[in-house]
Design a protein around this ligand. Structure first.
Ligand code: HEC
Length: 350
């Protein structure tokens, strides 16, 4: 596992150079040659992921935390995320088009903090222009941390056995980049990359008991990683009021039956699933929740609410958003101070 970074970077640039060469025959469309700005973005992201999220044992929670701390905040990958990231499984063969089915819509911080760190990287990547999609795809060789404690996954991925099997056998991560904005609009994991598994995988069998949130044997709310303490730091003075505001909101959402559609099992079968089923997911979507209540686009007509209930729901959503802003501002300040005193690797002290 002790691969030195420069040689891997060197290797990655050889791979990249080779793919550039291969992707740019003389008569190709201009986009087929990967422009320097996209190539260097891909190189920088691959190097960042290699530095903070290198291959480790699949149950190594310290490695997970190091990865998460390294890629949040002002990190390079994070800086290329738009207002929403679509996340899902890429089940097509290498070179296949982007399937726009069964994606989950995530706030950029939710994806960067809770999903991306579940993967490990060796720095190898390639970039290709996909004319059918009008997007570049960055293909990173990757592996999945399948042996973490269950509370380290943002949702119980094993509620769907096929999805869990695919996650466990991950051999690549695909980042689909919009050429004009250089933002990653779609991210996918795949078990069908052309490159082999980065390390042997010992699959873990997990049974789903029907609960999106649960309490462990020691009485802690799970998934731990999707709780406010995990997101904003145990010492955050807004934690209690945040938990209370979330409880109010989730009761209102339960009465309004939002959970009949906005849960990982995707009962409505939408291709753009919005999750509201955990504190972290609700926090990531709260602005869109308020907007859609204002516009009247949610809940759908089939689940229409009496005016009073809608008003209460809106008020509790706004109260949650305000508390969230305070908690985030506090966390940002602490991170800023830690950075100033101890360099760029400081985390929220989880
Ligand atoms: C019957 C199923 C159903 C119920 C019940 C439901 N939704 Fe939705 N919701 C959807 C679907 C489907 C979409 C995706 C629409 C799309 O973008 O195509 C959606 C989208 C959303 C979005 C994203 C809007 C955006 O701008 O991206 C939010 C936020 C949302 N719903 C909140 C709620 C809330 C809050 C409730 C409860 C008051 C609720 N929904 C109840 C099916 C449902």
């Amino acid at each position: 596992m002790k691969k030195s970074q420069p040689s891997i970077r060197h290797l990655a640039s050889i791979v990249l150079a080779a793919s550039l060469f291969a992707a740019a025959p003389a008569d190709a469309a201009p986009e087929a040659a990967v422009p320097p700005a996209i190539a260097s973005m891909a190189r920088a992201i691959a190097a960042e992921l290699l530095m903070h999220c290198p291959l480790a044992d699949a149950d190594d929670t310290a490695a997970l935390e190091g990865c998460r701390a390294g890629i949040e905040g002002q990190a390079i990958l994070r800086s290329h995320l738009p207002a929403v990231v679509l996340w899902g499984h890429h089940g097509a063969q290498p070179g296949g088009q982007l399937p726009r089915v069964r994606m989950t819509q995530l706030a950029p911080d939710t994806w960067a903090q809770l999903y991306a760190p579940l993967f490990m990287f060796n720095g190898n990547h390639e970039v290709e222009w996909m004319p059918q999609e009008n997007l570049y795809v960055i293909r990173l060789e990757a592996a999945f941390r399948n042996r973490l404690p269950p509370g380290q996954f943002p949702t119980p991925f094993w509620h769907d056995a096929d999805q869990w099997a695919a996650y466990q056998k991950t051999n690549g991560l695909l980042l689909w980049v919009q050429p004009q904005t250089r933002r990653i609009h779609v991210a996918q994991f795949t078990d069908r990359a052309a490159t082999p598994l980065l390390q042997a995988v010992t699959p873990v069998a997990r049974a789903f008991d029907g609960q999106w949130l649960w309490t462990d044997g020691a009485g802690r709310a799970q998934p731990a990683v999707a709780q406010f303490e995990g997101l904003y730091g145990a010492e955050n003075p807004h934690l209690r009021s945040l938990e209370k505001a979330y409880r109010d909101l989730s009761l209102q959402m339960r009465d309004a039956r939002c959970g009949e559609c906005h849960v990982p099992s995707n009962p409505a079968g939408t291709d753009r699933l919005v999750l509201l089923s955990s504190p972290a997911h609700a926090a990531g979507e709260i602005d869109r929740v308020i907007q859609s209540l204002h516009k009247g686009s949610m809940p759908p007509a089939s689940h229409a609410l009496p005016a009073d209930d809608r008003e209460w729901l809106l008020r509790s959503a706004q109260a949650f958003r305000d508390t969230l802003r305070a908690a985030r501002a506090w966390a940002r300040e602490v991170v800023g101070e830690e950075r100033a005193s101890s360099g760029p690797s400081a985390s929220l002290g989880r």
